[in-house]
Ligand binder design. Structure first.
Ligand code: IPM
Ligand code: MG
Length: 370
């Protein structure tokens, strides 16, 4: 869908959120100028910023803004040092982020992991394991599994306490995320690796059965299955074997961080969390997969690229603006090729690299967009 006006809620959140958001908005404005788009962006507090502003990690006014927007550009939330000051249900991770995912049924989380050749120095793997650079996509189920399953509780028992989380998936939940994985594989290298723990978990058996059945509708896409422990190992031994990696919620959380480290840094990993498409429109929340990094917040050290690439995903998935999305992605590639590096992806062993701050990186990318 291409639209004349893009209504976007920008929720920067905590830690490095505000400073990387500033750079992403700058890049979006540059894309808007080049492609004649009209942006209607409203910023609102979320996370600890929401608690400070309105006593709630997801203030009513912020939620209302999200409801009347076409997409949410999200920063990051959570400051572990402040956790003891509020009950766990009111902390930002659950009360804002998980709530938004559930509220808007954002079941499909796409995390594209790319290691361009120029960042070879930032990858912890030996060059012979990196192939021509890495390019894989984690498709993570985002509204089921252990994160949301009931019962979920901690209770007192004689021997101390007892904590329960419940892993639960239904056939339709597995089917819809499997379809997302197979459809995206069709525009990539046509291979899906489905992750489970079918040797131990009931959920794993069902997951494997349902994914195998859905695969029948996509004869042009190759499917293989891998136990999650093996997948964690294969990612470091032979990451080039992966194209689309399909995971349930917790496995996807873990493997996507591991994969991001292979791509140089968590600061490079964007994500799209998508709901159901209706009337040609897909509501989505777009956020960097890394956290708030409170230790470097406010110091002009954070890498804004994950936030900027999340804005590119927003242009693509919520608005169908493929050209604008590509322009942002190629601006990031150009700037990396020119040697600009924030601290997390900088290596003194790389002769062409020059260390820059958050602002300079954002400015250079905005300029490269045109
Ligand atoms: C992520 C994050 C979140 C998650 C946290 C902040 C709740 O780690 O988006 O990967 O576990 O989903
Ligand atoms: Mg995570």
């Amino acid at each position: 869908m291409s639209t004349s006006k893009l209504t976007i809620a920008a929720l920067a959140g905590d830690g490095i959120g505000p400073e990387v958001m500033r750079e992403a908005l700058k890049v979006l404005q540059a894309a808007a100028r080049r492609f004649s788009l009209t942006l209607d962006i409203t910023e609102a507090p979320v996370g600890w910023a929401g608690i400070d502003a309105a006593g709630d990690a997801l203030p009513e006014t912020t939620l209302a803004l999200c409801r009347r927007s076409d997409a949410i550009l999200f920063g990051s939330v959570g400051l572990p040092d402040r956790d003891p000051t509020v009950p766990k249900e009111r902390r930002p991770e659950r009360a804002a982020l998980l709530r938004l995912r559930k509220e808007f049924s954002l079941f499909a989380n796409l995390r594209p992991v790319r290691l361009p050749r120029e960042l070879s120095h930032a990858c912890p793997l030996r060059p012979e394991r990196q192939g021509d650079g890495l390019d894989l996509l984690v498709v993570r189920e985002l509204t089921g599994g252990l994160y949301f399953g009931q019962p979920k509780l901690t209770e007192e028992i004689q021997a101390g306490r007892r904590a329960v989380d419940t892993m639960v998936y239904t056939t339709p939940e597995i089917e819809r995320i499997a379809h997302v994985a197979f459809r995206t594989a069709r525009v990539r290298r046509r291979k899906v690796t489905s992750i489970d723990k079918a040797n131990v978990l009931e959920n794993g058996i069902l997951w494997r059965e349902v994914v195998t059945r859905v695969a029948g509708e996509y004869p042009d896409v190759a499917l293989d299955h891998m136990f999650v422990d093996n997948a964690a190992m294969q990612l470091v031994l032979r990451p080039t074997q992966f194209d689309v990696v399909l995971c349930e919620n917790l496995f996807g959380d873990i493997l996507s961080d591991e994969a991001a480290a292979l791509a140089g840094s968590l600061g490079m990993l964007p994500s799209a969390s998508l709901g159901i498409t209706s009337g040609g429109r897909t509501f989505g929340l777009y956020e960097p997969a890394g956290g708030t990094a409170p230790d470097i917040a406010g110091k002009d050290l954070a890498n804004p690229i994950a936030q900027i690439l999340s804005a590119a995903l927003l242009l693509r998935h919520s608005f169908g603006l493929e050209d604008a999305a590509k322009a942002v992605e190629s601006a990031v590639e150009q700037v990396i090729a020119r040697g600009l590096r924030t601290g997390d992806i900088y290596s003194p062993a790389d002769p062409s690299a020059r260390k820059v701050g958050t602002h300079e990186m954002g400015d250079a990318i905005a300029q490269a967009v045109g």
